[in-house]
Design a protein around this ligand. Structure first.
Ligand SMILES: [Zn+2]
Length: 308
């Protein structure tokens, strides 16, 4: 059983579940025949530097399943944008994984199941289909998704699932709702990239905002925006709240003089009452996660041959 975020969590997964549930069950059954590339697949892996006598180990061990025909463009996108490599490098710069087995990450055609962390298989599953689904959802929301936006949504999804893996496999303990904590970890990973990360957080927030407009404001879809209300995996906040929280973290992470330039004002502006607390909120989020990561936090830079 997949406990992570199956079905309802993802943008496209949720949209597709609404329209094509019966088809998806059949589709999943037909997807049995798959073959896997080796670790790292066709995408170049990150450098595996050695620090002292203990070899560096990657946080993620990525395998690429052969995609369903419809997902081939998505796989090409993953490789061309080096999404996995970016994530591996970012995680490796934060976490010390020398004493641990890499976390399995399987990228696959999920036929609408949605990306997830599977605690029984102890692996993350990231769905190719969400690439096309993200583009579709944004288009239905009245905007044409750029590759940067789609990559940002994927990275946010991946980091969210990595947070579940950290809780399950690395003994990381988080306060409160794990789903909200996983969203905060995704924000932490993205915002560590500086202003490029701010843009990515805002793209991811835009994705949630579009889903909220498409489904949470739709009387027929009332209740499906929150997985607790919709009968899906319990614990996620509503899409609207997820969008607002991500924007708040970005707002709080950016100096006042840069907010306008980074698009944190205008259409994306937070309610003034919420914005006023975002600097403190983000500080608390960052410090909370860094504290939780203590046992697996890197204390030395990942530089080849660096002295201890
Ligand atoms: Zn989750």
């Amino acid at each position: 059983m997949t406990l992570g975020d199956s079905g309802a969590r993802r943008r496209g997964g949720r949209a597709r579940n609404r329209a094509r549930r019966a088809v998806l069950v059949l589709g999943a059954a037909l997807l049995a025949a798959t073959a896997c590339a080796g670790p790292g697949g066709a995408e170049p892996g990150p450098e595996r530097p050695v620090v002292g006598e203990r070899a560096e180990r990657p946080v993620l061990a990525v395998r690429y399943e052969v995609p369903a025909a419809a997902d081939r463009p998505g796989v090409r996108f993953l490789h061309e944008r080096r999404v996995m490599r970016a994530a591996e490098a970012a995680l490796g710069s934060l976490l010390d994984w020398r004493e641990r087995e890499p976390t399995a990450l399987l990228t696959r055609s999920c036929a609408g199941e949605g990306s997830s962390y599977d605690p029984e298989k102890r692996r993350i599953e990231l769905c190719y289909d969400e690439i096309a689904e993200t583009r579709t959802a944004l288009r239905e929301g009245g905007r044409r998704a750029t590759d940067d936006e789609v990559a940002a949504v994927l990275l946010e999804t991946l980091y969210h699932e990595v947070a579940h893996a950290l809780v399950d496999r690395a003994g990381v303990r988080v306060a409160g709702n794990e789903e909200d904590a996983a969203d905060r970890f995704a924000a932490l990973m993205l915002l560590r990239e500086g202003e490029a990360g701010v843009r990515r957080v805002l793209y991811a927030a835009d994705g949630w905002a579009v889903l909220a407009e498409l489904y949470e404001d739709d009387p027929e879809g009332a209740g499906e925006g929150t997985d607790t209300a919709g009968g899906g995996h319990a614990g996620h906040s509503s899409d609207r709240d997820r969008a607002v929280s991500l924007r708040c973290y970005a707002y709080g992470a950016v100096s006042a003089s840069r907010r306008h330039l980074l698009g944190l004002t205008g259409p994306r502006a937070l309610p003034a009452a919420r914005a006023a607390g975002c600097a403190d909120e983000w500080k608390g989020v960052r410090e909370g996660w860094m504290r939780a990561l203590g046992p697996v936090l890197r204390t030395e830079p990942p530089v080849v041959g660096s002295p201890q």
